[in-house]
Design a protein around this ligand. Structure first.
Ligand SMILES: NC(=O)NCCC[C@H](N)C(=O)O
Length: 483
């Protein structure tokens, strides 16, 4: 039975390509400038980044683009003044000239707003001081800051005078991983990596306390821990069948009744099963497809391997797809490989009411074709664009710098990194218009182009610094409302 998923809460996502109306983001904060080389890997960055370049020359373009598409009144006609302001106040929540949109929303702004409430402030300060093992004096000292500054401290880990209290949260820019809107429900993450623990506590408070989510509070899902968790020896606790971790990059809302969940380095089979049970019990979706991918830093989440461009088009990494299998068949060495089918990449589809008889799907293209045709009722040919145009060794190289991690703002209009030349070439060959964020913004400002009339367009974002953080525009966005 289909349920009516429309509601008036302004929270609803049921596709990956419907026109984006509202999303959560987080602009790089001062904490990113505090990452030191010896901690970069522990904090899940490949390198240290140059914060000013990352902001001014890269991420700020992302924000400007999102505003032109989702909330043009906040930016149109003001571009010159915004660009001329060296303090970048326009991008900083809590500052006087902050863009303060209710469509392009920085989680830091929501955090500042809930911290105005005394009881929330007391609880959250205690929670943060607890996990960060702060001294009693530090706990006390935090009462001196106003709500906005406290939000900045909780996120960046440092005080306004630059002293560091605890580790920064450099990965909060990857809002996708924090939570996922599934129709009118929100699934909160359970991070696999210690470096992302504080992020999810902040997010939990925001989702449960901010009025923006008040109408759907009953629909916020927290994944229950394995009840025997505390009794398990550490080794068993870490196994895929007991570990309960899930990150948003592994969850993709591809069609109103169909959800994809990746089992990966970050998301365990146990957590995926729990989510499946909850979503089927609550009748949120009818089909859940589990995609088990190799546990590899390169792959991390399923959205590093493929994303949707438009209803009938996907971008993906050839090495894990059907073409990868064909390449292997041509390879003589393949005959010496173990006869066992590849167990670290499998696709199983579970249908509500028939969970015990999952359907095995042979490869990614078959799954994605089925979604385009049968879930999204596409009559046109389903097309695939491969990372690096499937040319050795560019497929892997460009996947590493997020060629497969695109954000669709509307059907066929995507934002991705500028550095993946071969992948861009493949888009060009399919008739896509490739335009840089800077040029597009200039043309929007001068009424030379309009967000509403764009079709088949790849908007390139400068990415030299951003790509060192190992996530693309899909990872940097948490859609809250899509058509
Ligand atoms: N969905 C994603 O793939 N997010 C990218 C997260 C990158 C971040 N540095 C991490 O390793 O968690």
């Amino acid at each position: 039975m289909k349920t009516d998923t429309s509601n008036h809460s302004g929270i609803n996502v049921s596709t990956e390509t419907g026109r984006l109306r509202k999303l959560l983001i987080h602009s790089p904060d001062r904490g990113l400038g505090k990452v030191v080389p010896s901690k970069a890997q522990d904090w899940l960055f490949e390198d240290i980044v140059h914060l000013d370049t990352m902001r001014r020359a890269e991420y700020d373009y992302f924000v400007k683009l999102l505003l032109y598409f989702l909330d043009p009144a906040k930016i149109k006609g003001r571009l010159k003044a915004i660009d001329a302001d060296t303090s970048r106040e326009f991008y900083i929540p809590g500052s006087e000239s902050y863009f303060n949109s209710d469509k392009v929303i920085d989680i830091q702004k929501l955090l500042g707003e809930i911290l105005e409430n005394e009881s929330v402030r007391i609880k959250l300060t205690a929670a943060i001081c607890g996990i960060e093992k702060c001294s009693f004096q530090t706990h006390e000292a935090l009462t001196a800051y106003d709500a906005n500054e406290l939000a900045t401290i909780f996120i960046s880990g440092s005080l306004p005078d630059r002293r560091m209290l605890f580790a920064p949260l450099p990965n909060l820019i990857f809002m996708r991983d924090i939570g996922i809107v599934i129709n009118d429900h929100i699934l909160l993450n359970k991070p696999a990596k210690a470096a992302r623990t504080r992020e999810s506590i902040l997010a939990q408070f925001v989702f449960f306390h901010h009025p923006m989510f008040a109408d759907i509070r009953e629909n916020i899902i927290e994944i229950p821990e394995n009840e025997r968790h505390f009794l398990l020896p550490d080794e068993e606790k870490a196994s895929d069948y007991h570990r309960c971790t899930l990150e948003g990059g592994d969850v993709m809302m591809v069609a109103p009744r169909h959800l994809l969940i990746g089992c990966s380095e970050r998301t365990s089979v146990y957590a995926a099963q729990q989510v499946m049970k909850i979503l089927f019990d609550r009748n949120v979706v009818d089909t859940i497809t589990i995609i088990k991918i190799p546990k590899k830093r390169d792959y991390m989440h399923i959205d590093t391997l493929f994303t949707q461009v438009k209803k009938n088009m996907w971008v993906l990494l050839g090495a894990l797809a059907r073409t990868g299998d064909e390449a292997k068949k041509r390879d003589v060495l393949h005959f010496f490989a173990p006869a066992e089918p590849q167990q670290d990449f499998r696709i199983l589809q579970f249908i509500k009411g028939h969970e015990h008889k999952p359907i095995e799907i042979e490869n990614l293209e078959d799954l994605l074709t089925d979604i385009s045709r049968n879930d999204l009722n596409c009559e046109d040919d389903v097309q695939f664009i491969y990372s690096g145009n499937n040319e050795f060794p560019f497929g892997e190289r460009e996947q590493w710098t997020d060629s497969c991690n695109l954000l669709a703002i509307q059907n066929g209009v995507v934002i991705g990194y500028d550095r993946n030349d071969k992948t861009l070439e493949a888009f060009r060959e399919r008739g896509f218009h490739i335009i840089s964020a800077a040029e597009l913004i200039f043309r929007f400002e001068n009424d030379d182009l309009s967000p509403d009339t764009l079709t088949d367009t790849f908007i390139t974002l400068p990415s030299a610094e951003l790509s060192r953080a190992r996530g693309g525009s899909h990872c940097m966005s948490m859609p809250v409302l899509r058509d």
